[in-house]
Write a new protein. Structure first.
Length: 365
């Protein structure tokens, strides 16, 4: 903070320049009393600065929640652009229309509960159909609000986080993935033979790559001699920048995956076919269009529905059932740690545990 003393109409006036809770520049004017010296006035200014910086001065009381959200989001340097885009959409579409004018320091749990209840009962149009927002929409809106208010609390702009005390946040809806059997996966690979879909399906269902990792894979990331795929980058769609290439999901996602001979053969054939087309192995789709294309592909092939991401679950399940350790499976999948793998695939591990018990029965016959 900067401060100075000027003379105005024969009086000493102290001016303090500072940033408020939203990051905007403001000025605080302090006029000297009748018998106050400039040194005493400066002491009072320094006391004000000390109080403000320790947040005893409640300037945040003048800040509206909508303005605070803009500042909070603009300073989220640790988030990816796609996450920021997602937050921005929720803030603009859902949170601001309901809570924008509330003062940051005056938000109560009841205000948030009313908002969540209203959002839960709201609908949006999809074609001619009115569709009710899912519980996950409310959950995501709450998550953003909670993070924003937690940051305000940590910076002592508010006394506590009202989002800690709400009651109208629904429980998470857990999606139950439909993982293909080995026969179904073989049928899918056979039907996609010789097409770009074969490459997508193979990289996700055999190698366990994420959709963005598949799209971000370059030919020079594949070591055909030593049969290794180097996963280094991922492609995502950003609202602000369109299709962008970025680092993988976490540092463990940067990984080297040993590749079987059949996969190498298929990739070599595809490279010869696409040699001068692109440096990327798969460049016909963007991150937002392939999942929809994959859904239509299954319908046209009259195969059971499964999400493209569920092919990655197939890869994990196949590895674990084939006797690959959860640690190795975790490393091939690029999970941040083996605990993540165990939590996601605990049903597979339990099934394997039961199979082990059955084998003991046979051993003891």
């Amino acid at each position: 903070m900067k401060h100075r003393i000027i003379k105005r109409n024969g009086e000493s006036v102290g001016i303090i320049s500072y940033k408020d809770a939203t990051g905007e520049y403001k000025q605080k004017w302090i006029t000297a009393t009748q018998y106050e010296t400039d040194r005493q006035l400066e002491r009072r200014m320094l006391d004000w600065i000390d109080d403000y910086e320790s947040n005893d001065m409640r300037e945040p009381a003048k800040v509206k929640f909508g303005k605070y959200l803009d500042t909070w989001l603009a300073n989220r340097d640790g988030l990816s652009q796609t996450t920021i885009d997602g937050y921005s959409i929720y803030i603009k579409k859902h949170i601001k229309p309901a809570l924008e004018e509330l003062l940051l320091t005056k938000i109560k749990p009841i205000d948030l509960d009313k908002f969540y209840k209203t959002l839960s009962n709201s609908t949006y149009k999809k074609g001619k159909e009115e569709i009710k927002y899912s519980p996950n929409t409310v959950i995501q809106a709450h998550a953003i609000i909670h993070k924003a208010l937690k940051y305000a609390w940590k910076n002592k702009l508010i006394k506590d986080n009202p989002a800690d005390f709400v009651e109208n946040v629904p429980a998470h809806e857990h999606y139950v993935s439909r993982v293909y059997s080995e026969d179904e996966f073989k049928a899918l690979m056979k039907a996609a033979n010789g097409t770009i879909d074969e490459i997508f399906i193979m990289l996700a269902g055999c190698m366990g790559l994420r959709r963005g990792e598949t799209l971000g894979l370059r030919w020079n990331d594949i070591d055909f001699k030593d049969k290794v795929i180097h996963v280094r980058k991922t492609k995502v769609r950003s609202k602000e920048k369109g299709i962008v290439e970025k680092d993988t999901k976490n540092y463990k996602s940067i990984r080297d995956i040993s590749v079987n001979g059949k996969t190498i053969e298929i990739l070599k054939k595809w490279k010869r076919k696409k040699m001068f087309d692109s440096e990327f192995v798969c460049n016909e789709f963007n991150p937002n269009t392939y999942s929809g294309h994959f859904k239509l592909l299954l319908e046209n092939l009259e195969l059971p529905h499964t999400r493209f991401h569920d092919l990655r679950h197939f890869a994990a399940t196949f590895m674990l059932k084939s006797g690959v350790s959860d640690k190795v499976a975790s490393e091939r999948l690029g999970h941040s740690n083996v605990t993540t793998t165990r939590e996601i695939y605990q049903h597979v591990l339990k099934e394997m545990d039961r199979e082990a018990a059955k084998k003991l029965d046979k051993l003891m016959e």
